[in-house]
Design a protein around this ligand. Structure first.
Ligand SMILES: Cc1ncc(C[n+]2csc(CCOP(=O)(O)OP(=O)(O)O)c2C)c(N)n1
Ligand SMILES: [Mg+2]
Length: 796
């Protein structure tokens, strides 16, 4: 490694140049009439230039995976460009249409981003959980022919303000984390200003408390050498006492300012004055800027000496804007170099105009030597860093014994219990996880069969003490359930890591996470992040809605069905019956494994061949089940999002469209209206999300001249007479189904819950929020005039 120092130094310069040029080019050469300005990248990127050079061009191996601090994307892209994995066209279009992404993106970037970043904190936690997932995979005997990778996060210091990082740390400690590096870019600046003094001490203690090794990279090798000179210890004391804002200000002000300040404060102290005097302004600035995070020898030494059996946190002192005129200035976050500054920088880098993109322009080492070095960079040794794994066969049907009265949540437990009996590939690749609600979301029977996962076996004391208990709480490396603490953020990030295992570890998992529906909101950004990375998992959110009557407003979800509609990469369902759930769950296992860029199917206009993740909103409400034969056609309609539970007649005046646990009220309302309204129809909506998506896509296709495009909901409503009204009802926000009226122009009255729930009996709450049978009938009477409906009771 040390032999390469000169080459690495040259390339570090080039990387900083290319990143700066990418930003400058995007900002100054593009027409910004659209207001699209580069912000936040320049100074923040420069801060990590040395660390990333050391890692990517020397330390990392193909099996290592990295989450790069969002604003360091220009450095990442520049490195990939030098390695031949990024194109000039994309760099020229940085932040533009189809250009290199502002924040590294697995799904949108060309240059093989390991983990997307953007919303700070999430990529950091992703590396921790990816390391746990790597351990899970290997403990199950898979992927042992590949070397273990280190999961590395390049973390902004202000990023550590994000609570999800600490939630992850605690979980990592519980699960015996290893092979995980967090390199903290300790530039002591955030977006707005300079951070508090002494944060490193808190971090150091904190990480140590969680079982991490902490390596502090404060002084670069120039500084270390200077400290050995006479007077060096005084200089060191001065540096240690210097407040963050002052250090930053002096970095910005440069050599002369350093000299003045040092002379003013310690200049009369003999040896140290000579130490200062000996150096020119430039040399003095170079010395004072030579913090650990900008010193290749210190960095390489630290990285090569890490013990990978433990997680390691490197606190690397850096300068935000290092090597650029804005270095250290507290306002530099959105700072950009002016054309004049860029011109000075260009000259300093010996880059001729018109040769800005040339990889070796202005470097002193011969291009062949640099090329041959880059060709041998270990990180880029494999052609494709991304791995893949074939799909796991899913049984044709998932058997389940359906009780006459049953809740979907119970059905879910029963389905998994049945799967848990099997010992084929399918059952073996399922991994479940839950944030301390395993038992209350009905995963208990599955866990009893498959056990909990831990790298080291742990017996269930209750069992060994022969105390009867319903649940067998035994941990072993073969277990298939990852029990998490309550933090929902961690649930979504572990799902993100499990759901990328095929790509990261080359071993496919079928992850299922359970939580209470309202707490999706608690981890929503992490869920969004997981979907943005195209991680694949099944989310079972149960219980849900005001149906959770006695639990009250804090546990009753309202907005989640709308999240289900709006969240990209997530197909959501809310079945009413267990036979529907069995169909949907089977479909979900196949859907999460699809991986092609196929066009939407002309049958439902959904992108079923592309796949995605799945969200099932379930309920604890026992509902009378329908005895029926599951035909292929019915199964298909359940998956497509809706079916006629009662077909409306040709003269229908009203149809009731319902979703989920409210089915008995919808059925009752149809019965109450039957005498006074002709041909009432009952539409069972199993997925408002998929119905809506298909409808939108089919319209778009028609607007593009595919005149025959029809979505599932358009076909279902095609024969409903124009004068017919629709009453929709859901235990969730009414907007979920309100759009149904726009499909074919039917007058619609959407019922649902808009205000915080409360405690009460089911009947009281359904009545209070207007989603009981009587409210449905009242709505029908209002939008489908006719003779008064006799069974309608006066509403309170
Ligand atoms: C969740 C989230 N909140 C806010 C932001 C906006 N933001 C981007 S960078 C940043 C400051 C980051 O500071 P630091 O992590 O120290 O990185 P540096 O800029 O010093 O490189 C903020 C607030 C974001 N990207 N994500
Ligand atoms: Mg910072």
């Amino acid at each position: 490694m040390v032999d390469n120092l000169e080459t690495l130094r040259e390339l570090e310069k080039k990387i900083l140049w290319l990143a700066s040029w990418t930003i400058h080019n995007a900002n100054h050469l593009r027409d910004h009439s659209d207001g699209l300005k580069v912000g936040g990248h320049q100074a923040s990127s420069a801060s990590l230039a040395t660390i990333m050079t050391a890692l990517y061009l020397d330390v990392l191996r193909p099996q290592d995976r990295v989450a790069v601090k969002p604003h360091a994307s220009p450095i990442f892209h520049a490195i990939q460009y030098l390695l031949g994995r990024q194109t000039r066209e994309r760099l020229e279009a940085f932040r533009g249409y189809k250009g290199a992404q502002s924040y590294p993106s697995r799904t949108k970037d060309l240059d093989d981003v390991d983990f997307s970043t953007g919303s700070v904190g999430l990529g950091v936690a992703q590396t921790l959980f990816s390391s746990l997932v790597q351990d899970y995979v290997r403990a199950h005997g898979w992927g042992l022919s590949r070397p273990e990778g280190r999961m590395v996060a390049l973390v902004g210091d202000a990023e550590l303000d994000e609570g999800n990082i600490f939630e992850a740390l605690l979980e990592g400690w519980k699960q015996g984390l290893r092979n995980c590096w967090w390199v903290i870019d300790y530039n002591r600046q955030s977006l707005d200003a300079v951070v508090r003094e002494g944060l490193w001490e808190r971090y150091e203690q904190l990480f140590k408390n969680f079982g991490w090794d902490v390596v502090i990279l404060k002084y670069g090798s120039l500084q270390q050498a200077a400290f050995k000179e006479p007077g060096g210890d005084r200089l060191r004391q001065w540096i240690d006492r210097c407040p963050n804002p002052l250090y930053s200000a002096l970095v910005f002000a440069g050599g002369a300012a350093w000299r003045k300040r040092l002379n003013d404060e310690i200049g009369d102290q003999g040896d140290v004055s000579r130490l200062i005097e000996k150096r020119s302004d430039d040399e003095l600035a170079a010395l004072m800027n030579n913090l650990g995070g900008h010193d290749l020898p210190s960095l390489l030494d630290a990285f090569y000496n890490a013990d990978n059996d433990r997680p390691t946190c490197f606190i690397a002192y850096t300068v935000k804007g290092f090597g650029l005129p804005m270095a250290g200035h507290k306002d530099n976050h959105a700072g950009l170099m002016t054309p004049a500054q860029m011109e000075v920088f260009r000259k300093a880098m010996a880059v001729r105009p018109g040769h800005e993109w040339e990889p070796f322009e202005g470097l002193s080492l011969p291009p062949e030597q640099l090329r041959s070095f880059l060709d041998r960079v270990p990180f880029a040794a494999d052609k494709a860093r991304r791995l893949s794994a074939p799909p796991i066969d899913v049984p044709e049907t998932l058997p389940v014994t359906i009780q006459p009265v049953m809740a979907t949540q119970t059905g879910f437990g029963a389905l998994l219990n049945e799967i848990g009996r099997g010992d084929g590939d399918f059952a073996q690749h399922i991994v479940t996880t839950s944030p301390d609600v395993t038992v209350s979301t009905n995963l208990g029977p599955w866990v009893n069969r498959r056990g909990l996962f831990a790298r080291q076996a742990m017996a269930d004391t209750f069992k060994s003490e022969r105390i009867p208990s319903t649940f067998n709480w035994e941990f072993s490396p073969k277990g298939q359930h990852i029990e998490l603490g309550i933090a929902e953020m961690n649930l979504f990030i572990v799902l993100s890591a499990l759901g990328l295992s095929h790509s990261i570890n080359g071993e496919r998992l079928l992850p299922i996470g359970t939580l209470y529906d309202p707490f999706i909101a608690r981890g929503l950004d992490a869920l969004n992040y997981a979907c943005y990375q195209d991680a694949r998992f099944i989310l079972v959110a149960t219980p849900s809605g005001i149906t959770l009557a006695g639990e009250g407003g804090a546990h009753q979800s309202i907005a989640e069905p709308l999240i289900g509609i709006a969240q990209d990469g997530l197909a959501s369902f809310e079945p009413a019956y267990v036979d529907e759930l069995a169909i949907i769950l089977r479909w979900a296992f196949a859907y999460i494994q699809k991986d092609s860029a196929a066009a939407p199917s002309e049958r439902n206009w959904l992108r079923d061949e592309t796949g995605g993740s799945v969200y099932l909103r379930l309920s604890t409400r026992p509902v009378e089940q329908i005895e029926r034969k599951m035909t292929p056609d019915l199964a298909q309609q359940i998956v497509d999002g809706a079916y006629w539970q009662r077909l409306p007649g040709p003269n229908a005046q009203v149809i009731v469209a319902y979703t989920g646990a409210i089915a008995p009220e919808a059925i009752e309302a149809v019965g109450l209206m039957a005498e006074d309204r002709r041909d009432v129809g009952l539409l069972a909506v199993t997925s408002a999300d998929r119905l809506n998506a298909g409808w939108t896509a089919a319209q778009r296709a028609r607007e593009r001249d595919l005149v025959h495009a029809r979505s599932h909901i358009e076909r279902l409503l095609a024969d409903v007479p124009a004068h017919c009204g629709i009453v929709s009802v859901i235990d969730g926000h009414p907007a979920t189904l309100a759009w149904l009226g726009a499909v074919a122009g039917h007058r619609t009255r959407p019922l649902g819950v808009e205000h915080f729930g409360q405690t009460g009996s089911l009947a009281e709450l359904y009545r209070h929020y207007g989603i009981d049978a009587n409210a449905i009938v009242a709505a029908a009477q209002a939008i489908a005039p006719g003779r008064p409906i006799r069974h309608l009771k006066a509403l309170p």
